[in-house]
Design a protein around this ligand. Structure first.
Ligand SMILES: N[C@@H](CCC(=O)N[C@@H](CS)C(=O)NCC(=O)O)C(=O)O
Length: 219
């Protein structure tokens, strides 16, 4: 029985895990979470009552959280692309940047998106302002960091870049990375050119009309 990934192609955290699977050509069964497949949805909700995806099932083991899924793949299904360095100290940098992208890019980006689909009276303008300020600060810091680096941490493509790719992809849609941040824009383009992420972006293309704030005509 191959591993199974409960995911949706348009979901940023699903893409993060998919990049790791595609990097290494790891075989898995895509358990597509869509409203038309109630039984897959029910299986996923039974596996993870918190109702967040992606979720990976490998034999009797259920693994939640995109970062931990990538850590699990590296331990139990390693491939030619090592996404977490063997050296423990170098691995700290990778994990630090993974946390950075989740906490300070992905979460504020999602806050802006989710706010837009709330009923008008439940919207949180203050929270959205805070999220935009956080993105501005994150862009500024990242732009400096990426001035003399190819990838977010270490010398090669890593878990940190798996987190960076979808978070910067969607963050730029909701809060544009302006021309002031040339290094960060170049890094985002480089991520888009990485075949594993390009595949995830292509698979998600049909869902762009569903983007609540309107998807731009690019990328
Ligand atoms: N911390 C989780 C976050 C996962 C997450 O928020 N996934 C989104 C899809 S991108 C989700 O499940 N959304 C469903 C919802 O908010 O109801 C991870 O790293 O995997």
């Amino acid at each position: 029985m191959p591993m199974q990934l409960y995911a949706h192609p348009f979901s940023s955290y699903s893409q993060k895990a998919l990049i790791a699977l595609y990097e290494n050509g790891t075989p898995f069964k895509y358990r597509f979470l869509g409203p038309e497949d109630e039984s897959t949805l029910a299986e996923w909700m039974a596996l993870w009552p918190i109702k967040r995806f992606p979720v990976l099932v490998d034999g009797g083991r259920t693994v939640m959280e995109a970062t931990i899924i990538i850590e699990y793949l590296g331990l139990h299904h390693p491939g030619p692309t090592r996404l977490i360095p063997e050296d423990a100290d170098a691995a700290l940098d990778v994990r630090m940047m993974d946390r950075f992208f989740d906490n300070y890019v992905m979460i504020p980006m999602q806050k802006i998106v989710f706010n837009s689909i709330r009923p008008e009276e439940a919207r949180d303008a203050y929270g959205v302002d805070e999220a935009r300020t956080m993105l501005d600060t994150a862009y500024h810091w990242l732009n400096g960091r990426m001035a003399d680096r190819e990838w977010a941490a270490g010398n090669g493509f890593s878990l940190a870049d798996c987190a960076a790719a979808p978070s910067l992809f969607y963050a730029d849609w909701v809060h544009p990375i302006t021309e002031d941040f040339a290094h960060l824009r170049a890094y985002r383009q480089q991520l888009l050119a990485r075949p594993s992420f390009a595949r995830a972006v292509d698979e998600a293309r049909p869902y762009r009309p569903l983007f609540p704030l309107g998807a731009p005509d690019r990328d």
